[in-house]
Design a protein around this ligand. Structure first.
Ligand code: ZN
Length: 176
């Protein structure tokens, strides 16, 4: 089975990157990242060749797509509108696509054929990396210490599911 394999990155590598970007944007103390402003304004400033488009619902089945070679992210309109109204799942989707944009340029991802029985290890799976970036960026490691999942969901603008997963990882049930 053919899959995309990314250059390996640990959770700590991704956390460092998320924190560096937060710091650069003055978001280091912000619990609820303004995802739509970040997408529309800050990404443009950080990456002058970055392009984005909000695409009508009927022309796109995916919630978001990143074209790494073209430096472009398309977000489906209903997802974008929901994110701007604070919907946790939609906010996560946009940060997931930004994660692909930042981590998966053409030189960092390759199409590979896995051997029979072999599965992609999480730290080299582009989807795991993009989800991890979104989680680290939206729920800052230091800012959420001591919170329960309901507090994290309310403070950071994420779903209960995302907050629960994040707590599971902080408690070391998965690789930190
Ligand atoms: Zn993805």
């Amino acid at each position: 089975m053919a899959s995309f394999k990314a250059k390996p990155m640990s959770r700590q590598d991704i956390r460092k990157m998320a924190k560096a970007i937060r710091l650069k944007c003055g978001l280091e103390g912000t619990h609820r990242v303004p995802v739509c402003s970040f997408f529309e304004w800050i990404m443009d400033k950080l990456f002058p060749n970055f392009e984005w488009e909000v695409v009508p619902d009927y022309t796109m089945s995916e919630e978001g797509v990143t074209f790494s070679g073209a430096n472009k992210i398309n977000i489906r309109q209903d997802v974008y509108v929901a994110a701007c109204h604070g919907d946790g799942r939609a906010r996560f989707t946009i940060m997931h696509e930004i994660g692909h944009f930042l981590l998966h340029g053409p030189s960092r991802v390759a199409l590979c054929r896995l051997a029979p029985g072999e599965s992609l290890r999480s730290f080299e799976d582009p989807e795991w990396q993009a989800d991890t970036f979104a989680a680290e960026f939206l729920m800052d490691y230091d800012l959420i210490q001591g919170m329960n999942y309901i507090q994290i969901s309310e403070e950071c603008g994420v779903t209960y599911g995302a907050a629960k997963t994040r707590i599971g990882k902080l408690q070391g049930r998965w690789i930190m």
